[in-house]
Design a protein around this ligand. Structure first.
Ligand code: JA2
Length: 359
């Protein structure tokens, strides 16, 4: 399907159920069984928009069925007991792809928002922090990166950032879901602009298979811009996947992997670090950045290097400020700079304690 063929939902409208449900106090109230009530009062909304949009708000909850088959809502198991909410102004797109449910809406506070299977992937307002960090943390840590592979990242934002590096000659991207790419081209042109660069080579397919076929030592850097490890991204936190990345990287090549929240996922981070320590014999580091719309408001990155010329992740050898034109290429850098790069590796004491593999 081409981007132009994507159809807008005919249910574009403002949904203001929240005000009426909080008596105008403006205070957030929990709406537990609410979901069912809200859907009953707006049946056409329930049938057309993602079920996590309730009374005009998106929360990262998961719809499920109880024993009697009634639909109930649980917190996402990745962040039990909490759910950040964004007010929905207008639903712009909602459709099931072959892999996941895709929702795009206009929020009142963060611009347009992309949601996959009920999980927020990016917002226009704060995407810069995630995209800039996941691209420049690895690419500024090596000299003259040439061949880069992106796993996932179908919105194109990471491509946009990689393209700032004029040394880069080839960017392979392997995204499983063509509809994510089409939706981004239609609704997020500031991100999808990344696809327009002639150095980009798009492969729509399963990254697990792609990496099995990748020539040994081909890449200077691999960037894993995946969604959370539930659904299509499940295998992207397992050992065979990392082994194949290690094989596809040159000696002294680098991996940067989306690595969840240090507040919520210390076990998962520990597990991934444990696996990566066995495979990436150069070094393994954890860095983080503030992204207000991700659960707990932060996101982590795992940075690894293969055996070979040593990589000093904490003190970038290829600082962005020294790359001609990089700060201004296509659009100004908004978040990343060398000070932020170095600061990203400073870890709170509880992380140093709990993430045992970092000791
Ligand atoms: N967002 C994406 C993506 C790949 C394709 C499309 C959108 C992300 N990877 C990052 C998601 C981080 C989620 C944190 N809960």
């Amino acid at each position: 399907m081409e981007g132009d063929e994507l159809k807008d939902l005919d249910c574009q409208r403002t949904m203001d159920g929240w005000e009426s449900s909080n008596n105008g106090s403006g205070k957030a109230i929990l709406i537990p069984a609410c979901c069912l009530k809200a859907r009953a009062s707006q049946p056409e909304l329930g049938s057309k928009s993602h079920s996590t949009v309730v009374s005009g708000w998106l929360s990262e909850t998961q719809p499920s069925s109880d024993k009697s088959g009634k639909q109930v809502y649980f917190n996402n198991p990745m962040w039990p007991g909490e759910a950040h909410s964004l007010k929905v102004e207008k639903i712009l797109f909602q459709e099931k792809s072959k892999y996941q449910e895709i929702l795009v809406f206009e929020s009142s506070a963060y611009g347009r928002v992309l949601v996959l299977d009920g999980i927020l992937q990016l917002t226009e307002k704060d995407e810069c922090a995630y995209q800039e960090m996941i691209a420049h943390l690895p690419l500024c840590s090596i000299e003259s990166p040439k061949n880069v592979l992106v796993v996932g990242g179908g919105d194109g934002g990471v491509l946009r950032e990689i393209c700032r590096h004029s040394s880069v000659e080839l960017i392979d991207i392997c995204e499983i879901d063509q509809m994510v790419i089409d939706v981004s081209k239609k609704f997020f042109p500031e991100l999808a602009i990344g696809f327009e660069d002639p150095r980009v080579c798009l492969h729509v397919g399963d990254a697990i298979e792609f990496l099995k076929q990748a020539p040994e030592g081909k890449y200077d850097a691999v960037i894993v811009d995946s969604s959370d490890p539930v659904g299509p991204a499940q295998e992207l936190v397992e050992k065979p996947f990392f082994k194949n990345i290690g094989r596809a990287l040159r000696p002294g090549g680098v991996l940067c992997n989306m690595a969840e929240s240090m507040w919520l996922h210390t076990h998962l981070i520990n597990d991934i670090i444990y696996i990566c320590r066995e495979i990436f014999k150069g070094s393994v580091h954890y860095a983080w950045a503030s992204v207000p719309t991700y659960p707990s408001g932060v996101i982590g990155f795992l940075l690894c290097s293969t055996e070979g010329p040593p990589v000093d992740f904490v003190h970038p050898i290829n600082p962005i400020e020294k790359l001609r034109g990089a700060l201004e290429f296509r659009r100004e850098l908004k978040f990343y700079n060398t000070e932020i790069h170095e600061a990203a590796f400073a870890l709170p004491s509880f992380v140093k304690r709990e993430v045992a593999a970092l000791h």
